[in-house]
Design a binder for this molecule. Structure first.
Ligand code: HDE
Length: 730
């Protein structure tokens, strides 16, 4: 450990000798055959701090064994409590300090551990160690979040989702702190506090929670048209994802890759979910806020626990320096995306989330992300929003986590011990044993020494910068309508209907008419049909001038891009992890139940046997079938489809209870497949669905094999869009 034997010729700054103990010795140790151990190393590192109390006796924080944790120290069993009861005081005082400030945005989040592996070496673009070798597995921690609501707010509200990833690389932590949209609301960091004030609950009422449907948000939007592009995404089905496992992620800003020769390639990052992209319906998402406020976090935790690990491919859009002038928009503008039809996304690696946190506070709450955490081979662009973020996150982390030593919290510690002359401060964990805590020093042979670039030391790109100091926005950032129109044009008709409904819903909650009017006026710069339909819903009459506004110029000849739609390309990659309800009634056939369950399980679907009450139902064959849950406790919102097994129903009075009828009606309303095996179709007649539309996703078949084939084919389409009778389920 002590490095006196390293004492080299060089007592000045820099590591002319390549010894650089801390870094290369670590690399050496884990290089070659033991590479895979790196991920275990991080795990062990975190595990070291685990405190398993299940076989231990109770102590105070000082380690004093406790004999009675039920009663405080009193004068007589009915007398006053004594000030000298240090045991009581310690417990209450610690309890008072259990909460830390929640994140000012993205307070509501859920995390998962995992690993990342690159598919092939990216050495021609970047020296980043974790992007070099498919043999190397890099541990990661991901935190998904909503933006607006407080820490206890529901998961399924309409909002942007955060998608923040910490890669524990051999060259330090690399944080990709992105969202589920490829653009942001504002162009310059100086507007961030204003934007967040506007979207958060209003100051005089602290309402509404988890919603942008209120005056101050739309007031800001109406006065700041650069927000419109991200607002279009938020009002689309992207704002209500079905699952974090089925959601794209984007780094938004342009970053720079730098290779060993110093060559720069501009890059935008994408996460593509391997479970496909899917969203909720607005009606579903609203009902879920009450029925299961933890819907997304539960979905993630259960899938990981079941071993169905969420997977995402990392994609990059690469732009050579000399290609920049081919683009007709500014890649430094974070309100603009680079259409995939212009620059395709290259898939470069895969992330697998394979372990739930053991303790939400210690890991998910204390994890500290920052876009400033970059590694050699990656650098910032001059995007003015990104530049502000470089400061904001570390500053927020120091405040939120109680000081400058938040990097020492296990979840934030890099893979290998950091070495520097930073010392002391609140909550210092390391016990630095060196006698010199400054540089240059000769007492410790000038260790820890700087690292040369040839030895993977980080160096900011050398580039000439000249200009006049100004406080102004670049002209190249000024087109606010072309890309919102590109997004609008790229949506399927159903998605466009959803966008119209979302704008109408939100704006109808805005109490000040002039704000509503300003928004529809802005929308008419994007698309007159969009503006017209929203205006109609709001009782606003657009002027002839508004209705005849010319469409904005489109960039680079691209009118629409299928990558921007959730549904124009097949959204489902498979049926694995979808949830199917299997209602069970008296006189059910256990043969049918067994066949159905076996087929569902073959596809990796999660089935649940439901009935009106818990307990056992005896099948016509005399088998006992144990019920997993009730219709009341498991509304159809929790499922992707329903399939009713066969039974001898025709002979008996049909056992159709009101909770089951409600269940089927809700499944119908939310455009999900409903299947009946054999005689179960008798039940269909008693639930009074809109009979004219019966065949839209209603499958009633006698033969179980045919039934399942048809059921799976329907489920693959996910929603039965043409069922929507009144066009009212968004
Ligand atoms: Fe954030 N953002 N942000 N943001 N952001 C925070 O960090 C900020 C921006 C994003 O799960 C805060 O520790 C500024 C863009 C995510 O822990 C804060 C600006 C993108 C998360 C902060 C932006 C994001 C945050 C809240 C404009 C997508 C949650 C407390 C200059 C690329 C990370 C904290 C997690 C969190 C500031 C803009 C994504 C206040 C100043 C653009 C996913 O520091």
């Amino acid at each position: 450990m002590k490095k006196k034997e390293d004492k080299s010729q060089n007592t000045s700054q820099g590591d002319k000798t390549p010894s650089s103990r801390h870094f290369s010795s670590n690399l050496g140790e884990y290089d070659a055959d033991k590479r895979h151990l790196i991920s275990n190393h991080k795990l062990d590192d975190i595990r070291y701090y685990h405190n398993h109390s299940h076989t231990q006796l109770l102590t105070t924080g000082q380690g004093l064994p406790i004999t009675d944790d039920m009663n405080s120290l009193k004068i007589g069993s009915r007398g006053p409590t004594l000030l000298q009861d240090f045991q009581l005081q310690e417990k209450l005082a610690h309890f008072n300090r259990e909460r830390i400030p929640e994140r000012v945005v993205h307070a509501r989040g859920t995390g998962a551990h995992g690993v990342f592996r690159v598919y092939r070496s990216l050495a021609s673009y970047t020296t980043a160690a974790f992007l070099q070798d498919p043999e190397i597995e890099t541990p990661v921690f991901v935190r998904f979040s909503t933006v607006q609501g407080f820490r206890g707010s529901p998961d399924t509200v309409r909002d942007i989702r955060g998608f923040a990833t910490k890669f524990y690389t051999r060259e330090g932590n690399y944080d990709l702190v992105g969202n589920n949209t490829p653009v942001f609301f504002i162009q310059d960091a100086i507007k961030f506090p204003d934007f967040v004030h506007a979207v958060k609950p209003e100051p005089h009422t602290e309402m509404p929670q988890g919603q942008s449907a209120h005056d101050s948000f739309w007031d800001f939007v109406s006065l700041q048209p650069e927000t419109l592009h991200n607002v279009m995404w938020a009002m689309s089905d992207r704002g209500i994802p079905r699952s974090y496992r089925m959601m794209e992620g984007f780094g938004i800003h342009t970053f720079k890759f730098v290779n060993a020769t110093g060559k720069v390639t501009f890059v935008r990052f994408h996460w593509k979910p391997m479970y496909g992209k899917r969203s909720l319906l607005w009606d579903e998402s609203q009902e879920l806020t009450g029925r299961d406020p933890d819907y997304h976090r539960r979905d993630l935790i259960e899938a990981i626990d079941a071993g169905d690990f969420p997977e995402y491919e990392l994609g990059v859009q690469l732009i050579a320096e000399d290609e920049l002038n081919k683009l007709s928009f500014d890649i430094l503008d974070p309100t603009k995306l680079i259409p995939e039809s212009l620059i395709p996304v290259e898939l470069i690696g895969k992330m697998t989330l394979n372990r739930n946190p053991d303790n939400v506070f210690a890991e998910t709450e204390q994890v500290a992300f920052s876009p400033a955490n970059i590694v050699p081979g990656i650098d910032f662009s001059d995007d003015p929003l990104l530049q502000g973020r470089i400061f904001a996150y570390s500053d927020a982390n120091r405040y939120r986590l109680g000081g400058a030593n938040f990097n020492e919290i296990p979840i934030n510690r890099p893979l290998f011990h950091p070495h520097n002359n930073q010392r002391d401060g609140q909550h210092r964990m390391q016990i630095n044993i060196d006698h010199a805590n400054y540089s240059p020093n000769s007492i410790e042979d000038n260790y820890p020494r700087e690292c040369s670039t040839s030895n993977h030391g980080f160096v900011s790109i050398r580039e000439p910068i000249s200009g006049i100091k100004v406080r102004e926005r670049s002209e190249s950032f000024s087109n606010y309508y072309s890309q919102p129109r590109l997004f609008w044009n790229s949506q399927s008709l159903v998605e466009q209907e959803h966008i119209i409904s979302a704008f109408s819903f939100e704006l109808a909650k805005v109490t000040r008419p002039y704000i509503r009017e300003r928004i529809v006026d802005l929308l008419s710069n994007i698309d007159t049909r969009l503006a017209g339909e929203v205006a109609n819903q709001l009782g606003i009459t657009l002027s002839a001038e508004q209705l005849s506004r010319p469409a904005p110029m489109m960039f680079d000849g691209i009118i629409s891009d299928p990558a921007l739609s959730l549904f124009s390309t097949p959204c489902l990659k498979g049926l694995k992890t979808l949830r199917v309800a299997v209602p069970i009634f008296p006189h059910v056939s256990s043969v049918s139940v067994t066949e159905i369950l076996a087929e569902l399980k073959k596809e990796g679907i999660y089935p649940k046997l439901l009935s009106s009450k818990m307990g056992i139902i005896t099948s016509i064959e005399g088998d006992a079938i144990e019920i997993d849950g009730t219709f009341e406790g498991n509304p159809s919102l929790f499922f992707d489809a329903v399939i009713v097994p066969n039974g001898e129903y025709a002979k008996f009075q049909l056992p159709v209870s009101s909770d089951f009828v409600r269940f089927i009606h809700q499944t119908w309303r939310h455009l999900k497949p409903i299947a009946f095996h054999g005689e179960a179709s008798e039940i269909l007649n008693s639930v009074n669905l809109n009979t004219k539309q019966k065949d839209h996703g209603i499958i009633a078949v006698k033969n179980s094999h045919v039934l399942m084939v048809q059921f799976f084919a329907t489920l693959r389409n996910y929603r039965i869009w043409d069922r929507n009778p009144l066009n009212c389920i968004h």
